[in-house]
Design a protein around this ligand. Structure first.
Ligand SMILES: C[S@@+](CC[C@H](N)C(=O)[O-])C[C@H]1O[C@@H](n2cnc3c(N)ncnc32)[C@H](O)[C@@H]1O
Length: 197
């Protein structure tokens, strides 16, 4: 199954429930708009994926099933929401705050191909998590920050895209996908480790 095929799964297919992440069909559509193009070609080469923000574990199950060789790590401040019915094969869950410096100590030197931040969506925490974790990327590894809010959730006078541009390396790419489905936070920031653009 390619990622793009997920859009074609019909309501009777049990994968609709297993991969019920809002990255998929019907809401943010990040799979179709961005991740399919980036991840389909490297599907069988990726060995380590980290996604911040687990909740029920839908996206972790999707990455585990899609990346045939990968161990998928998840960090969440509350891992009790992870669905007991989810298969935990090749999934490692860590209870913790991605914005806390100590979070790196949980990974014992693992290097990641892909890190996705789908946790708090608060700029200050996105920046803190990035500063803590981007150095765990392999050279050429990708870091994605999802759901950049139209306004700072804490200080409404600030625009998060500008804040992220100031706080993160100049080489970040802003994927502004808001016009496609008129979803106000359909913006992903991408950073490629060690590559200057
Ligand atoms: C949008 S949900 C994740 C959804 C999941 N990635 C998916 O697509 O199915 C966000 C999760 O992030 C967690 N979270 C919020 N702030 C966090 C933080 N600072 N560190 C780690 N997890 C956090 C919340 O507890 C919540 O479970």
């Amino acid at each position: 199954m390619s990622l793009v095929d997920l859009d074609k799964i019909d309501a009777n297919d049990d994968r609709k429930d297993r991969y019920h992440t809002d990255k998929c069909c019907g809401f943010h559509n990040y799979i179709r708009l961005l991740y399919a193009g980036a991840f389909d070609p490297i599907r069988d080469r990726v060995t380590h994926v980290l996604e911040l923000g687990v909740r029920e574990g839908y996206s972790h199950a999707l990455w585990r099933d899609f990346f045939t060789l990968a161990t998928v790590y998840g960090v969440d401040t509350d891992i009790s929401l992870f669905k007991a019915t989810q298969d935990t094969t090749r999934i490692t869950l860590i209870q913790g705050n991605a914005a806390d410096r100590g979070i790196v100590d949980h990974f014992n030197g693992v290097q990641f191909d892909i890190i996705i931040d789908d946790a708090s969506h608060i700029v200050a925490e996105q920046v803190a998590a990035f500063n803590n974790l981007h150095k765990l990327l392999k050279p050429g590894g990708h870091y994605y920050i999802e759901d950049i809010q139209p306004q700072d959730l804490v200080d409404a006078t600030l625009t998060p895209i500008d804040e992220l541009r100031k706080a993160l390396p100049e080489s970040i790419i802003v994927h502004d996908l808001r016009d496609v489905h008129k979803i106000p936070d359909n913006v992903i920031v991408e950073y490629v480790h060690g590559i200057q653009i």
